[in-house]
Design a protein around this ligand. Structure first.
Ligand code: FES
Length: 300
């Protein structure tokens, strides 16, 4: 397959899930990898275009993380952990036998299309030696069992994992799952991003050094992404703002500036909202959104 207009639309949809568009780079790279079977030049160009990045910035990420492949994987990626515990248990010999079986290459030219690679510790050292097929774990495996996994993958019929019981999906199917595009919570994530962007506060609120408001969250990347990304799955549209948003609006309201009003309007989605619309009543505790998805559905 090749990158299509549908891929572009899906990449743009992924970008909407983040208050700062460039944060969507990793899922978009998984998306383009699900189309081409690797991160192609065309896929990197698409990511750069959609996110407003340079190709160098995209390439720096795509070549840093080992889950992004720069050559076609085929249907199955076999990863052999060669860290000490597995190595001692025979993994190095398995890895070398895999490469030899692929004609001294990491990509087997025959059968269903197989790539082999060595991997760092996969986190289940007690099951050493460990092999993965498209990230499904197998371990412990004997040398013969490991060779059987390779042959089964080459034949397009990998067995179920002896850890999860799952039969590995093809590499492109797994990559599409990793992209998250079919996770069924797109609208909630877009709303979460909107709330996150709305909760962006002027630097004055954070630092006291300036009163210039941040007019776009992309203007100040600090505090966004990673562990700092506040989960807002349980704040459906129209529900009361999360405590952090109330706290921000409350403090800004105390300053008497227009910024409090603007923020209240962003948080509520109501152009006529005043700060009072999102502040808890004086005798009411702050609203704590439920963590129960069923409650969120009912409230919506
Ligand atoms: S060393 Fe192989 S799983 Fe940890």
């Amino acid at each position: 397959m090749a990158i299509t207009e549908t891929t572009r639309e899906e990449a743009q949809a992924l970008a909407l899930r983040y208050p700062v568009a460039r944060a969507a780079l990793l899922p978009i790279l998984h998306l383009v990898q699900s189309v081409d079977g690797y991160v192609s030049d065309e896929g990197m160009a698409l990511a750069a275009e959609v996110l407003g990045l340079t190709r160098a910035e995209v390439g720096a990420v795509a070549t840093f993380y080992t889950m992004y492949k720069r050559e076609p994987v085929g249907n199955y990626l076999l990863s052999v952990c060669t860290n000490p515990t597995c190595k001692i248990a025979g993994a190095q010999a398995i890895y070398e036998a895999y490469v030899e079986a692929c004609g001294g290459r990491h990509v087997d030219p025959d059968g269903a299309g197989v790539m082999v690679e060595h991997a760092e510790c996969l986190g289940i050292c007690d099951a050493a030696p460990v092999v993965q097929i498209n990230y499904e774990m197998y371990g412990p495996v004997t040398h013969d069992e490991a060779m059987g996994l390779l042959n089964a993958a080459k034949a397009g019929e990998p067995p179920a994992s002896n850890r999860s019981g799952h039969v590995p999906a093809t590499f492109t199917a797994v990559e599409r799952e990793f992209s998250g595009i079919d996770d069924g919570v797109h609208d909630q994530l877009v709303e979460a991003a909107r709330l996150q962007a709305a909760a962006a506060v002027p630097p004055a609120y954070r630092t006291g050094e300036t009163d210039l408001p941040v007019t776009h969250p992309g203007g100040d990347p600090s505090g966004h992404g990673g562990a700092a990304f506040r989960a807002a799955f349980d704040t459906p549209p129209g529900s009361p703002p999360a405590p952090q948003e109330q706290e921000v609006v409350e403090e800004l309201a105390a300053t008497g500036t227009d910024t409090a009003q603007e923020l209240a309007q962003q948080v509520t989605g109501d152009d006529a909202a005043t700060p009072d619309a999102v502040l808890p009543a004086a005798d009411q505790p702050p609203v704590v959104p439920s963590s129960d998805p069923d409650d969120a559905t009912e409230e919506a």
